[in-house]
Design a protein around this ligand. Structure first.
Ligand code: COA
Length: 167
């Protein structure tokens, strides 16, 4: 029998409890005060662009996408991304990012933005946003604000407040 049987699925309501536990385990109670979480509090994520990974039917990883206005750019905020400790370093995080980015691009997103570790995300195609160009509703390390822009001129327009928008 195979050790793992991984499937990637679009998130639906049946995954919500498991996703809550995965994020609690990965980020702890402090997760609600993070700057990106403050944006996510402003409105719902886009479930059609959010994905889970299940192993033999058990949800073991999740990535979410939230529609945002970032300065003058209509984009999406990627996160949280979390993989259960039992399933780390199997390429699941990378695959979830790839699927979610692809789906957001297909939907016409001009920028996929996140706050995260550059050494993890830059090899996946993310670039640094101009230092402190975007203002978050809470403290954020500007060196960790990253983007996949739809085209080169997006960088110039990523200036100002980032906030939730109706999808
Ligand atoms: C970060 C996280 C999502 C990675 O998921 P994963 O499925 O284990 O990662 P992958 O298998 O796709 O990639 C593994 C590689 O990324 C590296 N990596 C993991 N976390 C990293 C980080 N924070 N910074 C740099 N590299 C990282 C691993 O060392 C590994 O490198 P290798 O391929 O050279 O061996 C997962 O570890 C996790 O849930 N962490 C806790 C929550 C978290 O921090 N999420 C946001 C990240 S900013």
């Amino acid at each position: 029998m195979k050790k793992h049987d991984l499937v990637y699925l679009t998130e639906d309501a049946t995954h919500h409890d498991a996703i809550e536990l995965i994020n609690e385990e990965a980020f702890g109670p402090g997760r609600f005060v993070r700057a990106a979480a403050r944006i996510r509090e402003q409105g719902p994520h886009d479930q059609t662009l959010s994905y889970i990974c299940a192993d033999r039917g058990e949800t073991i990883a999740s990535v979410r996408m939230t529609p945002v206005m970032a300065g003058g750019v209509k984009g999406h905020l990627l996160g949280p991304l979390a993989v259960r400790p039992s399933h780390k370093n199997m390429g699941i995080g990378r695959e979830l990012v790839r699927i979610a980015v692809e789906a957001a691009k297909k939907k016409g997103s001009d920028a996929i933005i996140l706050v995260g570790d550059p050494p993890y995300y830059m090899p996946l195609g993310f670039e640094k946003v101009a230092y402190a160009a975007l203002t978050f509703p809470g403290p954020v390390d500007p060196a960790r604000v990253l983007v996949i822009p739809a085209n080169a001129d997006i960088h110039d327009r990523l200036k100002g407040e980032i906030k939730w928008r109706a999808g």
